[in-house]
Design a protein around this ligand. Sequence first.
Ligand code: CA
Length: 235
Amino acid sequence: MTAAPATTATILIIEDEEALLLAMAHHLRREGYGVLTAARGDDGLRLAREREPDAIVLDLMLPGVDGMGVCRALRRDSRVPIIMVTALGGEGDRIVGLDAGADDYLPKPFGMRELLARVRALLRRAPARTAEPPAEDMLRSGDLEVNAARREVRRGGALVRMKPREFELLLFLLRNPGQVLSREHILESVWEHDFHGDARTVDVHVRWLRQKIEANAASPERIRTVRGSGYLFEG
Ligand code: CA
């Protein structure tokens, strides 16, 4: 088994003309792309949402939901690069396609080299999703920067080593700033059900965490102790 390169992008093709769909899929695969296909607009829309491709080649005239409908539906919550292809090809259609939120427009008939060039250009222009994780995976607070996906913590740009549970605790605090969090709540959320300890475990981990993220652990400004209640992350 050959492992695909980590940078391989996945392209979703939504096209009801079978011969064209197969030709596009073949050429994109040969370039090393992962390829998903759909012959109907509604199926394509579902695939786009389930599989989150890196780019979409979208036919205008489709059964189910047409290309415009697919494009508009996707644009409500996605910035995935879209190339609209169509047999119509007039200036008016081009503008309508771009209005619906497509990034590029390719009139039929087109050559496969043209398609590949457009896809490459589109992926180059698109924000590199592998380089920058989704916003919810990056958490920032002052000089603290946490990459949840890579489990990486930086303080003032410098990598901070964390034990797994310290990291989980920090993540939980970052996601719940400005709230008083009881030790029991923290214990349940961070340790889940695999731990039968008591609340003092939380205190110990908070102490360790403070040594790593506070300017002065003896006088913490980030993780405050709320007497009798728990902790509060200033955020
Ligand atoms: Ca069509």
